[in-house]
Write a protein that binds this ligand. Sequence first.
Ligand SMILES: C=C(O[C@@H]1C=C(C(=O)O)C=C[C@H]1O)C(=O)O
Length: 200
Amino acid sequence: MSAARRGASLRQAQWQPHVLALNAPAGYLPWLTEAGSLTARLKAHSDNFRVQCLHQRTARCLSDEAAVIGLHHAGRVWEREVLLRCDNTPAVFAHTVVPTSATAADWPLFSALGERSLGSTLFGDPLVRRGVLEFARLREGHPLAQRARAALVESGAAAVDAPILYARRCLYRRRQGTLLVTEVFLPAVLELIKTNDNLR
Ligand SMILES: C=C(O[C@@H]1C=C(C(=O)O)C=C[C@H]1O)C(=O)O
């Protein structure tokens, strides 16, 4: 394989619907396959849950996101990236993209989320339709793996030396809008212990 092709393969992810195909360590499976709100699950596994908003701004979406959210090419989107912290330890890096053509009627609360969980606006809204979960192994060259690792270091958390990060993504629809959420699970999630039934 040429160096260029190898580089490209390290930057890409093979998203697919079968979680077992990831060969992820068993501890990740309950997190990857969580059918409800990830926020609710993280809250149930910590005494203090926080959404650290890294940014919410316009950006160009990743090449493997465009078609999923209905764009013909990797165009401009609203991009939100956060660290989900459990007892101040980052457990998940989340990346959400919404086409800039979306209107406030599509996602009325998205633009003003701040450090409120996106999940709190998606789950419980009867107009929101959730798609199927897709899963992938993110190698070190994947943009989201790089951003997750950089966010950890910038936030003062310990760097992650695991070569592969396990991720899932899900498309949400509401009226004419599309919204793609990608959640990258950090190894610290394996250390979380269910502490309460806080499923609010
Ligand atoms: C979709 C959810 O929202 C969570 C919160 C996010 C945010 O605030 O940006 C992003 C991804 C999710 O992990 C959820 O709780 O399931």
